[in-house]
Design a binder for this molecule. Structure first.
Ligand SMILES: [Mn+2]
Length: 344
């Protein structure tokens, strides 16, 4: 057996053991609060809603805690699990839940204050995530496997042990996988990802519509912000850079949730190896989104207290856009040089 295969098998064994522990914790619980990370994306929302549907099928009482998210994720079923859209037998957020579940997020500073409060009162906790974790996990039970392309890919295996995958569950999980894998483009996509996707599609979900809505459709406002960003696009030494200022927000309207996909768009520029998208959160805070074709941008984001994945990562820097770019540019060049040395 080749070394890589042996490694994959070892990881799979560890994940399989973690999954059966998670399933036990879920089956023991009656009331379950499920939270995704702040500024939720398709993977966080998909994993949270899919788990909520599965628990409801098992006659349990789930509730989903998510910040406001981009309207494209309205294609996902499951809004009824959000407290604001709750039905009459909604479980109270004031109670002590049997189980708190964090999805697509293994660091406490990435969940909302409300979710933290609920977690602190919960009797048990579970984390399902696929980010590289650099500290001790905060939950009692952890299914953390950075080799999976999406939290939804892990969530499929958890739900599959508990209840049949119906169309609601399949739609939510498929959306998360398509979103986080960049439509099956990222290197974290494996044959196993396609096997999961095939099982989800075989339930009869409208997968084309889901993919189009969450990866291609945009609002007029998003298009206008994209146009602003593109008008500032530069390509220097394989780094595509673009930005959005507070002035742009003032002229177009909108907020950070309307900026999804801009960094990916820049990366599509021929000759670009890396895209750096910077936007002003306030006069002295800049959010940086990094995307790459080959190099590890998580290494760069981590230098500034951020994180993410090898090909998609981000961080916040207290500086102007210009100064923030000056700070990250050498780190990006360094990473590109090292990749060249490695022969990537
Ligand atoms: Mn994810």
């Amino acid at each position: 057996m080749k070394q890589t295969e042996a490694l994959a098998e070892k990881t799979n064994k560890k994940t399989a053991a973690a999954i059966s522990e998670a399933v036990k914790a879920l089956l023991r619980a009656e009331t379950v609060a499920i939270a995704g990370h702040i500024n939720p994306d398709g993977d966080a929302a998909g994993a949270a809603f899919a788990l909520a549907f599965a628990l409801k099928n098992l006659k349990k009482r789930p509730v989903v805690i998510l910040d406001e998210y981009n309207e494209k994720f309205d294609i996902l079923p499951g809004r009824e699990f959000l407290p604001a859209f709750g039905d009459a037998d909604r479980v109270s957020l004031e109670q002590d839940f049997d189980l708190f579940v964090a999805v697509d997020c293994a660091e406490l500073n990435r969940i909302t204050a409300q979710a933290k409060d609920i977690m602190s009162r919960a009797k048990d906790s579970l984390c399902v995530d696929h980010h590289v974790l650099n500290k001790e996990p905060f939950a009692a039970h952890n299914v953390i496997d950075p080799e999976k392309c999406a939290a939804c890919e892990l969530m499929f295996h958890i739900i599959n042990e508990m209840t049949p995958i119906d169309q609601n569950i399949a739609s939510a999980l498929y959306a998360g996988i398509v979103f986080d894998s960049g439509r099956f483009l990222h290197p974290s996509v494996s044959p196993a990802t396609f096997e999961v996707a095939a099982k989800l599609i075989s339930t009869g979900i409208r997968f084309s519509e889901i993919t189009r809505e969450i990866t291609q459709t945009h609002s007029i406002l998003e298009a206008k912000l994209l146009a602003k960003a593109l008008s500032a696009l530069t390509l220097e030494g394989a780094i595509a850079k673009l930005f959005i200022t507070l002035d742009d927000f003032e002229q177009c309207g909108g907020s950070s949730k309307d900026l999804d996909g801009i960094a990916e768009y820049a990366l599509n520029t021929r000759g670009a190896e890396v895209a750096a998208f910077l936007y002003e959160k306030s006069t002295d805070e800049v959010k940086v989104s990094l995307r790459s074709k080959e190099i590890n941008v998580r290494n760069v984001a981590r230098l500034f207290g951020g994180g993410g994945h090898e090909r998609a990562a981000g961080c916040s820097i207290n500086a102007t856009i210009e100064k923030a770019f000056h700070l990250i540019e050498p780190a990006l060049r360094n990473e590109m040089n090292e990749a060249n040395l490695r022969g990537n």
